[in-house]
Design a protein around this ligand. Structure first.
Ligand code: FNR
Length: 360
């Protein structure tokens, strides 16, 4: 008889679909407009091949690394995503405990269904806090102060969201703020029942946010600031200039600007622009240990995983999140062994072949 136990991260998606109301599942799974970028993120990894080196002693593999000085067991971190309570009543508390048990860093979303303090109290692992900036700047300032006070180690400013992308599944499902207001205790504001999420978010997010506001953010916190949503060399250079502690190459999992490029295809561009001055992290479409291997070969220091974490949480709660992270780690370890790399620094550009390489 066939086991229903998932054997890879992709299989958690079907389990999550079975476990969740359609509206919630589609909120997690969906992307903007044609969902071109959503699909491209995963497909682009499939067009990169690995060039293994053989006859290397791989009896010991070390996947550990450091991020902003903090040790983590592997270069796989938890992306910020909102509303974990839709997946499981324990929500972000369960996700945070699973990340802590896996010895990795979770980035708590601004749209968390539990407050920064509640998540901090649920585990004592290293956590970062992701920020959106509202027109009322004091909301952001207050949250940053609270995050700093409750021990978060970095602020992740998401810069690809001056307005919310058009997610048509949510529009069709009438995924409204009314549905979610009960799970949004973490937000600075209560939501006005009835209005849709897009209208609500657009009425509160500050579309005037610009580079000079990074200086403002630096002036209100001692924490290092990572910029999430940088996908060009132009912006990567400015990020270094304004003193970002790191950049996250991200298109928001294809939920914002459709037809923005697959992130793995622009990692090298960003890596070259920052010239090793700050870490480059990438997210979007990471579903296999081999994907992590490819991202590192192209110069990223780490990856973030978004939807698979939510699917693990929906399917099996805290244990599901742990399993998702564990599966990716085991796959990365195997990929390293089969490619002849015993530590992350052994993974080099020559270990992968991209479409561009083939054209040259
Ligand atoms: C997100 N993402 C996100 N990003 C962010 O900066 N703040 C947020 O609140 C959210 N919320 C959110 C909700 C849901 C349901 C999803 C799926 C994603 C984007 C997230 O951090 C990350 O960039 C992508 O999810 C990465 O792509 P994958 O791994 O989902 O393909």
């Amino acid at each position: 008889t066939m086991s229903s136990e998932p054997v890879n991260v992709n299989e958690f998606k079907a389990l999550a679909e079975r476990a969740l109301p359609k509206m919630y599942f589609e909120f997690y799974a969906g992307g903007a407009e044609d969902e071109h970028t959503l699909k491209a993120n995963e497909e682009a990894y499939q067009r990169i091949t690995i060039r293994p080196r053989v006859l290397v002693d791989v009896s010991r593999i070390d996947m550990s690394t450091r991020m902003l000085g903090y040790s983590i067991s592997s270069p796989i971190m938890v992306a910020p995503s909102g509303l974990h309570k839709l997946a499981n009543p324990e929500g972000e508390l369960a996700t945070a405990r699973a990340a802590a048990a896996s010895n990795t860093i979770m980035i708590l979303s601004f749209g968390s269904s539990y407050s920064v303090e509640e998540v901090a109290a649920s585990c004592n692992a290293v956590r970062f806090f992701q920020l959106y900036v509202y027109k009322q700047r004091h909301v952001a300032a207050n949250l940053v102060e609270r995050a700093e006070r409750s021990g978060y180690k970095a602020i992740v400013l998401t810069v690809d969201c001056p307005r919310m992308g058009r997610r048509e599944a949510d529009i069709k499902n009438r995924f409204s703020s009314y549905c979610i207001s009960s799970v949004l205790s973490g937000w600075g504001y209560s939501i006005d029942g009835g209005s849709n999420l897009e209208a609500y978010v657009n009425s509160t997010l500050d579309p005037s946010l610009s580079w000079k506001d990074v200086a403002w953010l630096k002036s209100i916190t001692k924490l290092p600031i990572l910029l999430k949503g940088i996908i060009t060399h132009e912006d990567a250079r400015i990020a270094v200039e304004v003193g970002a502690a790191g950049v996250i190459v991200s298109n928001h999992g294809g939920r914002q600007l459709d037809y923005s490029p697959a992130t793995i295809n622009v990692v090298e561009e960003v890596v070259h622009a920052v010239k090793g001055k700050i870490p480059v992290i990438v997210d979007g479409g990471v579903r296999r240990g081999t994907d992590v291997f490819k991202a590192l070969a192209l110069g990223a220091q780490a990856v973030l995983v978004g939807r698979p974490i939510l699917y693990g949480l929906a399917a099996k709660g805290e244990h599901g999140v742990k399993q998702v992270i564990q599966m990716l780690k085991e796959e990365l370890e195997l990929a390293m062994a089969l490619a002849g790399c015993t530590s992350l620094k052994d993974i080099t550009r020559s270990h992968v072949r991209t479409e561009r390489d083939r054209c040259q």
